[in-house]
Design a protein around this ligand. Structure first.
Ligand code: ADP
Length: 645
């Protein structure tokens, strides 16, 4: 019995201890479960994806971040070999190698980058840290894998690398000279091959101060100041065709450069250096220099020419006027450019000029025209204008070159000649008509009164009239002949020594004969002899006295004086109280064909060559002829002649 009880007691105790053991085990299990949950919580709390893998590469566990990052579910991973996990999506070719190496080397692997295409999230770049954990209770190693998705970083880095590459490519492949200089000492930080070539230096200049060591010759050319100015003020500096001397192999080389010095700033905006971007433009600068020289030569030449030269653009805007233009117009170059050529052209000539211009443009030719331009005295003067188109090699109009020659005098001469021809016909016709009239009258009278005695005809008076008209005709013709003789330099003088008073008296007598009503007084205040052509001098005196009569419509007294002046010269003066001559014409009346305008042709017949011939004749006698005259008061013509003592 006792035995049975003991056995029962023993069994009971056994039961109890089993229960206690069960409880302990349960508690341990609970503890383990809690620890596992805590571990999971810790892992899940970790932001980056984590993975725990067994030696057989089967996934033991992964944290929440892993599932979320790669958009996968736990069932596809847990207990499944990594290569097959996630329906094969994690079959990353680089991984087995990595894990093997880890197993063998036992050393942790850090920052292992791998790019893989995941169906769920596309191509990603991962950074893996793998670590072998100490053997577990089963004596097996576990692998702890920390996965970081660095796709964004990788992209940024790629972009950065690309950008740096592009920047380097740009700088080094650029045909422009590029350098980046840091600090106020201008340390060469970046320099491209083109710039090195230009400097005649090697890569070893990098890191050296530009002016102090690399290009000391730049200092004396004032470039250091410019660099410092850019560095200190932050204002870029631009240069165009600047001549600079670089020493290559000890030899100075002159080149021309277009360049910019650009301040370089850091992210905070502080100036940290200066970038240089330059281009050599020596050929172009030399061409420009040559062009400028040519231009200067052209302008100098144009200024030498008495003609007016101008240069205009294809739109007929004139951008250059030579000196002759400035002298003529009284304006400066700038004033003329602003004023425009149109203001200088006579309003009546503008249209003509515009029409010619349009035709010339259409035909691609130049043009020629007679145009009046305004001078500084506000008077229009006739010019012959010649304009040509300056074209480039392709035949495009580049500019207009225009030369204008003043032809005002020529035009006036032309006009005087025309007037002269009209006058000649008129002057010749009048005496001829008159002669014809008298002759016809006499014939008619003889015919109608048959048997009449000759004496009863008005023969004397008619013949006198005819004679006077013939004399007039003869004078006109001889004046014209003399004119052509003078023009051809054939006016010969038959010189002899004679008393001036004799010839003066003779001439006055002649004039009086054909002008019986004229009141002419001769005052012989001196007596002298001269060497000359009697007839020619007589012709001059007759002309002066005849003019005095002709231009004294009121038939006032005419005086002829023979005298000597204080210099001992012999003078013959013809003085009238006629219509007089305006001061402005005193000079003109001695010109060919000049007649004071307003002279009524009917009242004062003449050619305008008498005084011209008179002056020629007197000058040939080494003398001079002048006039003193006042309109409405009268005129005095004074002949001065050398005297034979
Ligand atoms: P013309 O044949 O016209 O008289 P001249 O050469 O002798 O030519 O004179 C030129 C011009 O000078 C004349 O047309 C006239 O206008 C002016 N003239 C000449 N003499 C006198 C004078 N004594 N009084 C006023 N005008 C004169």
């Amino acid at each position: 019995m006792k035995l049975k009880e003991e056995r029962l007691e023993g069994e009971l105790l056994g039961e109890i201890s089993l229960l206690a053991e069960n409880k302990r085990l349960r508690e341990e299990i609970l503890q383990l479960k809690k620890e596992k949950e805590d571990l999971h919580r810790i892992l899940d709390n970790e932001k980056g994806p984590l993975l725990l893998i067994g030696e057989d590469f089967k996934v033991i566990s992964a944290n929440k971040a892993f599932y979320e990052t790669f958009k996968v579910v736990e069932e596809e991973f847990r207990g499944i070999s990594l290569a097959e996990s996630g329906s094969g999506r994690w079959n990353i070719p680089e991984l087995p190698g990595l894990l093997d190496a880890l197993k063998k080397g036992k050393e942790p692997v850090n920052n292992f980058e791998v790019t893989h295409h995941f169906k769920s999230i596309g191509t990603r770049t991962l950074c893996l840290d793998a670590k072998l954990l100490p053997e577990n209770s089963e004596g097996k190693n576990l692998i702890f894998l920390k996965v970081e998705d660095i796709t964004e970083n990788a992209q940024t880095q790629t972009e950065l690398r690309e950008s740096i590459h592009r920047y380097n490519e740009f700088i080094h492949s650029s045909p422009s000279f590029i350098a980046i200089l840091t600090g106020r000492d201008l340390i060469v930080e970046v320099v491209n091959d083109a710039m090195l070539d230009n400097w005649g230096k090697g890569r070893d200049v990098v890191g050296k101060p530009l002016i102090k060591e690399v290009l000391p010759e730049m200092a004396e050319q004032g470039m250091e100041e410019i660099f410092h100015q850019v560095y200190d003020t932050g204002e870029p500096y631009h240069a165009h065709e600047m001549p600079l001397i670089h020493h290559r192999d000890g030899e100075p080389h002159l080149g021309y450069f277009d360049f910019v010095y650009q301040p370089q700033r850091d992210l905070q905006g502080q100036i940290v250096g200066v970038a240089v971007i330059a281009n050599e433009v020596t050929a172009q600068a030399e061409l420009h220099k040559q062009l400028r020289e040519d231009e200067r030569k052209f302008r100098q030449m144009a200024d030498l020419i008495p003609d007016k030269i101008s240069n205009g653009d294809p739109n007929s805007y004139i951008f250059y006027y030579n000196k002759s233009w400035l002298d003529f117009s009284g304006y400066s170059q700038e004033e003329l450019k602003i004023l425009g050529w149109q203001k200088l052209v006579h309003p009546q000539d503008i249209k003509k000029l515009e029409e010619l211009y349009v035709v010339a443009i259409r035909k691609g030719t130049g043009f020629e025209a007679e145009i009046r331009f305004l001078n500084k005295k506000r008077k229009y003067k006739w010019h012959l204008v010649r304009a040509v188109q300056v074209k480039d090699e392709e035949g495009n109009l580049k500019s207009w070159l225009c030369a204008s020659t003043e032809i005002h005098k020529f035009k006036q001469e032309e006009k005087r000649k025309e007037d002269f021809l009209k006058l000649v016909s008129h002057e010749l016709k009048t005496p001829v008509t008159s002669i014809k009239g008298y002759v016809q009258l006499l014939i008619r009278m003889m015919d109608s009164t048959e048997g009449i005695s000759i004496d009863s005809l008005p023969l004397r008076s008619s013949l006198n009239r005819i004679d006077s008209q013939v004399s007039r005709l003869t004078r006109l013709i001889s004046e014209m002949l003399d004119l052509s003789r003078v023009e051809e330099g054939r006016l010969d003088l038959q010189n002899e020594i004679f008393d001036i008073n004799d010839i003066v008296l003779e001439c006055v007598q002649d004039v009086k004969y054909s002008n019986p009503n004229a009141k002419i007084e001769v005052h012989q205040q001196a007596q002298f002899r001269i060497l000359g052509d009697k007839d020619r001098l007589g012709q001059v005196i007759i002309n002066l006295v005849t003019n005095a009569i002709k231009y004294s419509p009121e038939n006032k007294k005419i005086e002829v004086h023979v005298l000597r002046n204080s210099q001992g010269e012999g003078l013959v003066c013809v003085k009238d109280q006629g219509i007089g001559i305006d001061k402005k014409d005193h000079h003109n009346i001695f010109k060919r064909f000049f007649r004071v305008s307003g002279n009524n042709e009917e009242t004062y017949s003449g050619f305008g060559i008498g005084l011209y011939l008179a002056r020629e004749i007197i000058q040939r006698h080494n003398g001079s002829i002048n006039v003193k005259s006042e309109p409405g008061v009268g005129s005095e013509f004074i002949i001065k002649l050398p005297v034979i003592e």
